[in-house]
Write a protein that binds this ligand. Structure first.
Ligand code: OMP
Length: 272
């Protein structure tokens, strides 16, 4: 999917919501456990109930890899289901990869070619040659960690290196990489006060913003400082939406939570 197509979808749906499909067998309704593939059945129901309210889904691969081959099959079925039934949806493989160049190329093939995701999350720690292989794929997006939502973000990311915080160095340096127009960045919703500074460095790039919901991030604050002319934000909530109910009404309850966020987003877009 091109960035322009994503922008169009945000306008059509009046939403910049990304729903995180972080499926934990201990948290899904018990009656699903008798299914052959409970993870896929759960995802399908959530997707069918919420697709009109969001522009993106983000399965975090850890929640699939934890169940071995069965989990990877559930991930494959989920991305295929999305691509076949809702091709207008932007898909994020949240895998946080990045390695020496030839290895990164194989990671990129796994998520862009084999699983046909629109984007993958990547860690910047190994530098330019670990990220550039992802950027060579046409109409695919590499979402690089910049300032993460967790407490540990203060261990390295905000430390000053050569007179500037490390996350700012990451943002600035990455702009000079080949095909950097295919970069998006992760900035945690719990770090709302940093968005104005971040926008000075990357005024137009899309930001994936996790941390609304279970981690307590504030949507209004993020939008106040983080929105670009084209919205430029994908706000992710995972547990806050998909585990709204642990009963038979789980998909309906997820849709209600997603609707609440979409309503807020519609007003924010209108008042932009
Ligand atoms: O890359 C991410 O998506 C990510 C980066 C970050 O800084 N913080 C963060 O929470 N995430 C992911 O976003 C999701 C947040 O889930 P909830 O806290 O349940 O909404 C999880 O899949 C996290 O792994």
């Amino acid at each position: 999917m091109t960035t322009q197509e994503l922008i169009e979808q945000i306008k059509i749906k009046k939403s910049f919501l990304c729903i995180g499909l972080d499926v934990d067998l201990n948290k899904i309704p018990k009656h699903l456990l008798k299914e052959d593939d409970p993870i896929f059945v759960f995802n399908k129901a959530i997707i069918d109930a919420t697709h009109h309210l969001c522009v993106a889904y983000k399965p975090n691969t850890a929640f699939y890899e934890a169940y071995g081959i069965k989990g990877w099959k559930s991930l494959e079925k989920t991305i295929n289901y999305l691509n076949e039934n809702y091709p207008e949806i932007f898909t994020v493989a949240d895998a946080k990869r990045g390695d020496i160049g030839n290895t990164s190329t194989m990671y990129a093939k796994a998520f862009f070619d084999d699983l046909a995701f629109d984007s993958v999350t990547v860690a910047p720690y190994m530098g330019k040659d670990s990220v550039e292989p992802f950027l060579t794929f046409k109409n695919k997006h590499t979402i690089m960690l910049a300032l993460t939502s967790n407490q540990g973000a203060f261990d390295f990311q905000t430390k000053t290196v050569d007179g500037k915080e490390l996350y700012k160095q990451v943002l600035e340096t990455s702009k000079s990489w080949n095909n950097s127009e295919n970069l998006m960045y992760v900035v945690g919703a719990t770090k709302a006060e940093y968005f104005a500074d971040i926008r000075k460095i990357i005024p137009n790039s899309f930001l994936l913003v996790p941390g609304v919901g279970a981690q307590g991030g504030n949507l209004q604050e993020v939008c106040k400082y983080g929105m670009s002319d084209n919205v430029g934000l994908l706000i992710n909530s995972s547990r806050g939406i998909i585990y709204a109910s642990s009963n038979a009404d789980y998909a309906q309850a997820a849709a209600e939570k997603a609707q609440e966020l979409q309503n807020e987003m519609e007003i924010i877009i209108k008042n932009k």
